[in-house]
Design a protein around this ligand. Structure first.
Ligand SMILES: [Ca+2]
Length: 133
């Protein structure tokens, strides 16, 4: 028997970016359709040592207020220092980890849903301090 819809089992994951796989996209379940209720997705994105993970939000962004959110942390798990907790309908600025790993968690509650998020992830330079590329 299978009590869970497909998105429950397939959202989230561990992503590794490197010279051969330098970027990709992650999004809320069903994007660009609305995310489902009761979603709880965790990703970790790992860059090479000495680099950072950068996230650039694209296309559409709409997550209802908490307890729906996309949470970003500086590290590998839910105890790591928080970078940002994102919701609302304004496209967030780019986000960057301070170390090589970024933790992402997307949650939705039982009520109405919206489009969610679509983010490009790529290798960032820890030591870069501005738009000098
Ligand atoms: Ca909701």
């Amino acid at each position: 028997r299978n009590m869970f819809p497909t998105w429950f089992r397939t959202c989230g994951g561990n992503i590794y970016i490197n010279d051969f796989n330098p970027s990709g996209y992650t999004s809320s379940p069903n994007y660009p359709s609305n995310y489902p209720p009761h979603a709880d997705c965790v990703w970790t994105i790992t860059a090479p040592n000495g680099h950072a993970v950068e996230l650039q939000f694209e296309d559409q962004f709409y997550i209802e207020p908490s307890p729906n959110y996309l949470e970003l942390r500086n590290g590998a798990d839910s105890t790591a220092p928080i970078i940002a907790k994102l919701c609302g309908d304004l496209m967030p600025e780019s986000q960057r980890s301070s170390g090589a790993v970024m933790y992402l968690r997307f949650r939705s509650d039982s009520s109405a849903t919206h489009v969610g998020f679509n983010a490009k992830y790529f290798i960032g330079n820890v030591f870069s301090s501005g738009n000098n590329n």
